[in-house]
Design a protein around this ligand. Sequence first.
Ligand SMILES: NC(=O)c1ccc[n+]([C@@H]2O[C@H](COP(=O)([O-])OP(=O)(O)OC[C@H]3O[C@@H](n4cnc5c(N)ncnc54)[C@H](OP(=O)(O)O)[C@@H]3O)[C@@H](O)[C@H]2O)c1
Length: 294
Amino acid sequence: MLGRRGQLARELERACWPAGWQPQFAGRDRIDLAKPEQAGARVAGEYPGLVINAAAYTAVDQAESEPEIAMRINGQAPAAIARACAALHAPLVTVSTDYVFDGTKPVPYTEEDEVRPVSAYGRSKAEGEAGVRRANGCHLILRTSWVFSRFGANFVKTMLRLGAERDSLAVVADQRGKPTAASDLAQAIILASSTLMANRTVAGTYHVANEEATTWHDFAQEIFDGAKARGVRTAELRAITTAEYPTPARRPANSELATDKFSRIFSYRFRSWREPLSEVLDELLPSSAASRAS
Ligand SMILES: NC(=O)c1ccc[n+]([C@@H]2O[C@H](COP(=O)([O-])OP(=O)(O)OC[C@H]3O[C@@H](n4cnc5c(N)ncnc54)[C@H](OP(=O)(O)O)[C@@H]3O)[C@@H](O)[C@H]2O)c1
């Protein structure tokens, strides 16, 4: 398992034991994806039965000023690891992003849609996908979106922090996507990986995301409503446009992922992101959750 302290890596760690898995987690101190060929050689040296890549360069705006590093970690390293896995006949499961799309499609993106990234991060992830496919080994590429959890840095934690600090907060209301709990993504990865180990014909590219598309503004509103219900102070929310909130990286206006293919092949029903959001809020705001229960 590549990744140790990231949102997904931590949720995979939580999900693996109940599933009866005892994977080895390799942090960047053991396998540094910024050194792609060395990372490939290290993976090969472990003789793994299965590799799950939960590590990535995820700083979307920062990638604009250091695109080479993002490309090494997200583009070249997954390709090198995929070549190592192919030589060992070991399946590789790697995670990609909704930001491989340009966001101009008015309906949800399917796995068959052409990738056309509009940011350095998106280009690096698209290159990683292409490199994994070129290696021609058994693989799953799982694209996901708007990941949140109790761990690491994410939109939910940022909103809770800003809501406590400020009286009002402006959040963009014209970017649409599907918030996805790292916990649910981890469950989907374990299910898909187990199926792949038993039946390699399921290999390919899939979209994995919680149900119900929304905007960043409406996602923030639900976070604040949940926080308020737990007795926590929040700010007044104001809806703004992307043009009013310029960022170094361009983001797709619509990055809603259609997940029907994953549901059909792996017999999996995605729940709405609102359910795991409530669980994450209970974990992040435990004292208020306890007082509601009593
Ligand atoms: N976060 C999102 O909103 C989002 C959206 C769509 C897709 N995704 C994809 O979902 C996957 C999981 O993302 P996440 O949210 O769990 O990311 P995250 O919380 O930012 O964690 C990133 C992980 O990558 C590791 N990493 C970074 N640079 C590395 C390097 N040079 N060598 C080895 N490991 C390195 C980090 O290790 P350290 O612990 O050592 O820092 C960390 O474990 C990624 O593929 C990401 O692209 C995420």
